[in-house]
Design a protein around this ligand. Structure first.
Ligand code: NDP
Ligand code: 8X3
Length: 262
């Protein structure tokens, strides 16, 4: 907790799920002593989250903004436009991401392909570059936390594009960590299994029954379980980096092995 005090944390995709839970967890773990930059496309959701956090931590410093990570040209101007007290970012959590559809190769809508690649891969790479160059390299410190997935290790049928996007996140993250070994900048990969969030509603495009069935009988991870791990990894001693983590619910063994109570 002491190690978090005063830090500025930039979370993408903070309007729901893991990103939202991570914002809450950083505040709780630091007793309101961190500064949060929370971004997503749905500004109203961010406003509600900010209001809720400020109820608990009235002195809390929270900056919210609409930011679509797939709009690559908007990132650098966004960073430059941050209020001075939020400019000195210490931790970047690249969380914004999604699966769109579960179609077999041959039938995948090109907009779904673009949607996943633009957000999960191009957006993440671009934000990382901008923050690295403008902030972390200038002070030779900072944590980059990339949210990958078990889908970045086990490629499964009907997940080709999503899996490809998360394999890409993993490869990018590993190259970057190796490029930065002569710096104090840490690069961390978080790879969750099944987490109950809006993820499946987005993947199945509002088909509630299908989305629910993903989580039925598995005791999935909660978004706060992943948030807890993110906060843990970024509050280790500065001489250590928790480089790579796979986090499952205890009912899961791989992308293919899930125990369901029926
Ligand atoms: P949610 O759908 O609950 O949250 C996704 C977040 O990303 C939302 O805040 C959404 O906000 C934001 N987002 C989506 N597209 C964009 C965009 N183009 N620009 C900015 N923000 C965007 O899903 P999760 O919390 O589950 O997902 C978070 C991350 O975790 C993703 O990278 C996902 O791939 C990964 N993950 C999820 C797992 C799961 O089982 N749930 C397992 C493993 C990894 P808005 O719509 O307001 O923009
Ligand atoms: C989400 C987990 O297994 O649906 O990253 O791909 S999975």
């Amino acid at each position: 907790a002491e190690r978090l005090s005063g830090k500025t944390i930039f979370i993408t995709g903070a309007s729901a799920g893991i990103g939202h839970a991570t914002a809450v967890e950083y505040m709780d773990a630091s007793n309101g002593e961190v500064k949060l930059i929370l971004t997503a496309r749905r500004l109203q959701k961010l406003q509600t989250i900010k209001d809720e956090l400020l109820k608990h931590y009235p002195q809390g410093k929270i900056f919210i903004a609409m930011l679509d990570v797939s709009q690559l040209d908007t990132i650098e101007p966004f960073l430059k436009s941050l209020p001075d007290e939020f400019k000195d970012i210490d931790i970047l959590v690249n969380n914004a991401g999604k699966a769109l559809g579960s179609d077999l190769v041959g039938n995948i809508d090109v907009n779904d392909i673009k949607g996943m690649m633009d957000t999960n891969v191009l957006g993440l790479i671009n934000i990382t570059q901008v923050v690295l160059k403008n902030v972390f390299q200038k002070k030779n410190s900072g944590d980059i936390v990339n949210i990958g997935s078990v889908a970045g290790r086990d490629a499964y049928p009907t997940g080709s594009i999503y899996c490809a996007s998360k394999f890409a996140v993993r490869a990018f993250t590993e190259s970057l960590r190796r490029e930065l070994i002569n710096t104090k900048i840490r690069v961390i990969l978080i790879a969750p299994g099944i987490v109950e969030t809006e993820f499946s509603m987005v993947r199945y495009k509002g088909d509630t029954d299908r989305a629910k069935s993903v989580y039925e009988g598995v005791n999935p991870l909660l978004p706060e379980d992943v948030a807890d791990l993110i906060v843990y990894t970024t509050s280790r001693k500065s001489n250590t980096v928790i480089a790579d983590t796979l986090i499952f619910p205890t009912s899961q063994g791989s992308a293919f092995h899930v125990s369901r109570e029926t």
